[in-house]
Design a protein around this ligand. Structure first.
Ligand SMILES: [Zn+2]
Length: 203
């Protein structure tokens, strides 16, 4: 785990050094993760690593607070802090809520400005992963990143990239090579929102 985390950080540093992805500054997003689906430490490690890599492409560095589940070791105080613009809560759920549509893999509670709460429906992701030709932990990381995108950008979907309403076969190929991200404009907007939140909270 530590080795692969270092590798992720190094990939990001290399990307930053050549100015690719072009985020002007790195913004930190704290995500309090609550696993109600009893994932293994390995699955949680892979899905958080994947989501962090996807968001790092837009200059957003995720600081995970593991609040429930196999990796829960974060001091309670970090999990008890209320959600803010740069602090989200994500739940990994063992079933799809009855209100959601049949093929939904996740949900974010957002208004036009965004929101603070998102969920990933673990069995739905597991069921659809073979159709995408990727492992379920990788797909969970992408679903998580998509729902975080809604928290930062609002409810709308876009025609390309991570925030498409439904991923097609081409997107699945991009997912398998970790190539699906926010568009440059979405990335800038999301990073700007976090920058504003950080300056408002005095950090
Ligand atoms: Zn969506």
């Amino acid at each position: 785990m530590n080795t692969s985390k270092t590798a992720v950080a190094m990939v990001w540093m290399a990307a930053a050094a050549i100015g690719y992805g072009a985020p002007n500054t790195n913004q930190t997003l704290v995500i309090g993760l609550y696993d109600y689906a009893n994932l293994s430490a390995k699955e949680i490690g892979r899905l958080t690593e994947t989501a962090a890599m996807v968001l790092a492409d837009s200059g957003i560095q995720v600081a995970w607070a593991h609040c429930r589940g196999a990796l829960a070791a974060t001091p309670a105080a970090a999990c008890e802090a209320g959600p803010q613009a740069n602090r989200l809560v994500v739940r990994l759920l063992p079933e799809r809520p009855r209100m959601s549509t049949a093929d939904a893999m996740g949900h974010a509670a957002v208004d036009a400005e965004g929101g603070n709460y998102a969920s990933v429906f673990v069995p739905a992701v597991r069921a659809q992963a073979p159709g995408f030709g990727v492992s379920s932990d990788l797909l969970m990381g992408y679903v998580l990143a998509h729902e975080v995108g809604h928290c930062l950008l609002g409810p709308h979907h876009s025609d390309t990239g991570l925030m498409r309403g439904g991923w097609n076969r081409k997107d699945a190929v991009e997912i398998s090579r970790l190539g699906l991200h926010l568009t440059k404009e979405q990335g800038r907007k999301a990073a700007a929102k976090l920058a504003a939140a950080e300056s408002a909270s005095g950090n």
